[in-house]
Design a binder for this molecule. Structure first.
Ligand code: ADP
Ligand code: MG
Ligand code: MG
Ligand code: MG
Length: 398
C-alpha cells in the first residue's frame, strides 16, 4: 500500500485512503472529497457519497503549520488529538465526534462528520443563541477532566497517561503565545492596531504587577499536571446546534491545570459578549450573560456532585479539601480567562469576534474593554468565585 509511508495527502489520495482503510462506504461508492480546513495547523477533508448520503472527515497533520511554512511541528500531534478524542468519547459520550480510525503512519484521524453543526464562533458572529450550551459544555468539562485527576484516577495509571500525553511542542506554542509574548513582544509577533498602540504599551507592556501574575500562571500551566485538559477550548473548537454541542480539535491536550479549559470557555464567551455589545444585540447579550454565569455555576455544582460520586483518593475526602481544590480551579479559571483575552488582542492569533469589527472607534473601544476586564481577572483572580463575579466585572469594564 502507498499508505505505508507518510506523505501529505491531496483530495484524490484521501479518497483512496478511505476506501482502503475504513469500512464505512460501500466499495462501489463514488466518493467526492474537499479540503474544508479553516484552522491554523492542519488539513481537514470531507469525504462524501451522494448516493448513500454518508460522509466522514479526515484530518491530517502536516510537518508545517497550515498558515505558515516557518512553523514546523511534529505530526505526532494527530496521535495526541485522536487519543484524546477517544478518551473524551469514553468519558463524555455524545459530546465529541466519533473516531473511526487513527492512522499513526499517515498522522491522520478519520472521524464523524459534524457538518450539520456550526462552529460556535461562526454562530456567535451571527448572534445565534444556543440554549443548551452551558449545560453541555459544563458536562463535557466535568466528565472529561475530573476522571483524569488524582482525585479519581489510580495514581500509577495516571502517571502512565501523563507520559502518553507529553506534548512539548504544542505546549510551547501556548507558553509563548498565551503567557509570554503578549507582555513583552519577545518574538516580535504581536499585532496591535495603531490606534491602541500607546494605550497597550502603557497598560500591558509596562504593567509589571501584571507581568508577575502572568509569570505565576505560566508556571501553573507548565507544572501542574492536574488533569488531561483539552488545551485549546475556544469557540473555534466547538461545534454547536440548538440541541447539540460537540468539542473537536484537542491536539493541545496534555496534563495541565483544569482552569485552562474553563478559563478559555469564559474568555471566548466574553469575546462573543463584546461583539454583541458593539452591535447592540440585546437578546443575544442577555443570553451570553446568562451563559457566562451558568458555565461557572453549573461547573461548580456538577464538579462537586461528580466528585462525591467518584472520589477514590483517601485524603481527598478530608473535610474542606474539595472546597480548597475547587477554589484553586476557580482562581486559575479567572487568571487564564484574562490571559486568553489579552493574547487574542495583543498577540499573534486573533479572534473574529474582535477583528470583524470594522469601525475603528468601535474596535478601539471593544479592545480596551476586553483588556481592562482581563487585567482585573488576572490580578484579582482569587475573588472570582461565582458566575456573577464575572458579569459584574464585565459590566464595570463597559
Ligand atoms: P485545526 O487543528 O487546524 O484548527 P480543526 O480541527 O479546528 O483544525 O478543524 C478545522 C475546521 O475543519 C473546523 O473549523 C471545521 O470547519 C472543520 N472540521 C473539523 N472537524 C470536523 C468534523 N468532525 N466535522 C465537520 N467539520 C469539521
Ligand atoms: Mg482548530
Ligand atoms: Mg516587566
Ligand atoms: Mg487545532
Amino acid at each position: 500500500s502507498r499508505f505505508n509511508q507518510y506523505f501529505l495527502m491531496k483530495e484524490k489520495d484521501v479518497v483512496d485512503f478511505v476506501l482502503e482503510k475504513v469500512d464505512f462506504f460501500d466499495s462501489k461508492s463514488h466518493l467526492t472529497c474537499a479540503e474544508i480546513g479553516d484552522g491554523n495547523l492542519n488539513y481537514v477533508y470531507r469525504v462524501s457519497d451522494k448516493q448513500s448520503d454518508k460522509s466522514l472527515i479526515v484530518k491530517q497533520a502536516g510537518h508545517t503549520a497550515r498558515i505558515s511554512e516557518d512553523i514546523t511541528l511534529s505530526t505526532n500531534r494527530n496521535k495526541i488529538e485522536s487519543n484524546a478524542l477517544i478518551i473524551h468519547g469514553k468519558y463524555a459520550p455524545g459530546l465529541v465526534p466519533k473516531v473511526y480510525l487513527l492512522d499513526e503512519v499517515m498522522s491522520c484521524c478519520v472521524m464523524e462528520d459534524l457538518s450539520d453543526h456550526l462552529i460556535l464562533r461562526e454562530g456567535f458572529l451571527k448572534h445565534e443563541i444556543y440554549p443548551l450550551f452551558a449545560e453541555h459544555i459544563t458536562s463535557y468539562m466535568v466528565k472529561t477532566l475530573l476522571p483524569t485527576t488524582d482525585v479519581v484516577m489510580e495514581h500509577k495509571q495516571k502517571k502512565l497517561l501523563v507520559k502518553e500525553f507529553i506534548n512539548p511542542e504544542l505546549c510551547e506554542i501556548s507558553e509563548d503565545l498565551v503567557y509570554t509574548e503578549p507582555f513583552n513582544n519577545y518574538h516580535h509577533r504581536n499585532e496591535i492596531i495603531v490606534e491602541n498602540k500607546d494605550w497597550i504599551i502603557r497598560e500591558i507592556y509596562h504593567d509589571n504587577e501584571l507581568h508577575l501574575e502572568a509569570a505565576k500562571l505560566k508556571f501553573e500551566f507548565m507544572n501542574h499536571a492536574q488533569a488531561l485538559i483539552h488545551g485549546d477550548l475556544h469557540t473555534g473548537s466547538i461545534f454547536a446546534k440548538k440541541d447539540s454541542t460537540k468539542v473537536i480539535d484537542p491536539e493541545f491536550a496534555f496534563f495541565g491545570p483544569i482552569g485552562y479549559d474553563t478559563g478559555n470557555v469564559v474568555a471566548h464567551l466574553i469575546f462573543a459578549y463584546i461583539n454583541g455589545d458593539t452591535y447592540h444585540k440585546g437578546e443575544f447579550l442577555d443570553w451570553v450573560e446568562k451563559t457566562i454565569i451558568e458555565v461557572i455555576d453549573l461547573f461548580k455544582v456538577k464538579f462537586s456532585q461528580e466528585w462525591d460520586g467518584s472520589v477514590t483518593e483517601l485524603l481527598a475526602k478530608e473535610t474542606g479539601f474539595k472546597e480548597w481544590y475547587l477554589d484553586h480551579i476557580l482562581a486559575d479559571t479567572a487568571g487564564v480567562a484574562g490571559l486568553e483575552i489579552i493574547r487574542r488582542i495583543v498577540g499573534l492569533a486573533k479572534v473574529k469576534d474582535i477583528t470583524s469589527i470594522e469601525d475603528t472607534d468601535s474596535r478601539v473601544r471593544a479592545e480596551r474593554i476586553c483588556l481592562i476586564l482581563a487585567k482585573n481577572l488576572i490580578k484579582r483572580r482569587n475573588e472570582f468565585k461565582a458566575g456573577s463575579d464575572y458579569t459584574e466585572a464585565l459590566h464595570q469594564a463597559i
